[in-house]
Design a protein around this ligand. Structure first.
Ligand code: ATP
Ligand code: MG
Length: 289
């Protein structure tokens, strides 16, 4: 079966914080982009895919309307725009949060502080629903850039904005007081995709999962004498059981396995204690299990 004329149309951000990571994820999935990003559209190699480059604000609507069948953008933008689209996968990059911040000298008593205050934001819809959920009323000032400077200029009492490291807040004399939404890049898709396009999207998501799984895991090699292998293997759950290879030195083995990035430092310490030597940890490119 071929997908001769069938392409999956995927919208990505034209230029901004998501662009590079979106294309690099596709690249790790074996998908190359043939013509440059200066155009509206590009065809891909390695997968029946066509890319459309857009401002992230426009992606939800284009996907709802079916101009693109899927799109990559921040969860924050998906929720703010509230279009009829499905979130089909979290992508793990562009992690940030949407938070309320107030001038650092404010002795913040809790959410009731926000009642009747002026709050500047580029996410008025999410802010409004946060206020509603908490039975609060405030004056929302929607603005589209440099939200952090508004309290210093006397234009707002608080802001509701994207925070990642918090450096911008500190630089503007603000402090974070409420985290309202944890965000990251997500894949959205049109609701009720035609079967053949849905199948292409599933194939793409399968590749993305393999890449994500690989980046969450490391390949580990170590040397140990025979009598220590039992204890060491019990520390390494691995994909099935660890691979063992005899070394030239009698009674010594090389042991290979996979460990999760999260367990990494704990496991390393325990392995050393258990007698492992010459520990090597190597990135995995793809992992299909
Ligand atoms: P566009 O021109 O496409 O409308 P933009 O100015 O709205 O771009 P960017 O600043 O490029 O948007 O941010 C895009 C997305 O990246 C945000 O919606 C958010 O999900 C995420 N993001 C923004 N700031 C950060 C940050 N400091 N750290 C991590 N992710 C971020
Ligand atoms: Mg935008």
């Amino acid at each position: 079966m071929t997908h001769k004329n069938k392409l999956l149309t995927l919208a990505v951000q034209k230029s901004g914080r998501l662009s590079e990571d979106s294309l690099s994820l596709l690249k790790k999935c074996g998908i190359g982009i043939q013509n440059g990003r200066n155009r509206l559209k590009a065809t891909a190699s390695g997968f029946p895919l066509e890319l459309i480059f857009l401002r992230d604000d426009d992606i939800p609507q284009y996907v709802e309307d079916g101009v693109a069948m899927a799109g990559i953008l921040g969860l924050n933008e998906v929720i703010e725009k509230n279009r009829k689209v499905s979130i089909v996968s979290e992508l793990g990059f562009s992690r940030c949060r949407l938070s309320v911040a107030v001038p650092k000298q404010v002795d913040y008593p809790g959410r009731e502080y926000l009642n009747n205050k002026r709050i500047a934001t580029s996410y008025p819809a999410i802010l409004q629903s946060f206020l509603n959920d908490n039975g609060l009323k405030a004056e929302i000032h929607p603005i589209s850039g440099s939200v952090e400077v508004t309290p210093g200029l006397g234009l707002a009492d608080a802001i509701f904005e994207i925070v990642s490291s918090g450096g911008t807040l500190i630089g503007n004399g603000l402090k974070e007081v409420e985290v309202v939404l944890e965000s990251q890049a997500v894949m959205i898709a049109r609701e009720g995709l035609p079967a053949d396009t849905g199948e292409l999207l599933q194939q793409l998501l399968f590749r993305i999962k393999a890449v994500q799984k690989a980046s969450n895991n490391k390949y580990i090699l170590l040397n140990a004498p025979k009598e220590k292998l039992g204890r060491i293997s019990s520390l390494l759950p691995g994909m099935k059981s660890p691979t063992l290879m005899p070394l030239a030195e009698k009674g010594w083995y090389s042991l290979h396995s996979v460990i999760s990035e999260d367990d990494f430092w704990n496991v390393i310490d325990n392995l050393k204690e258990a007698g492992a030597q010459g520990i090597l940890v190597i990135p995995i490119e793809k992992m299909v299990v």
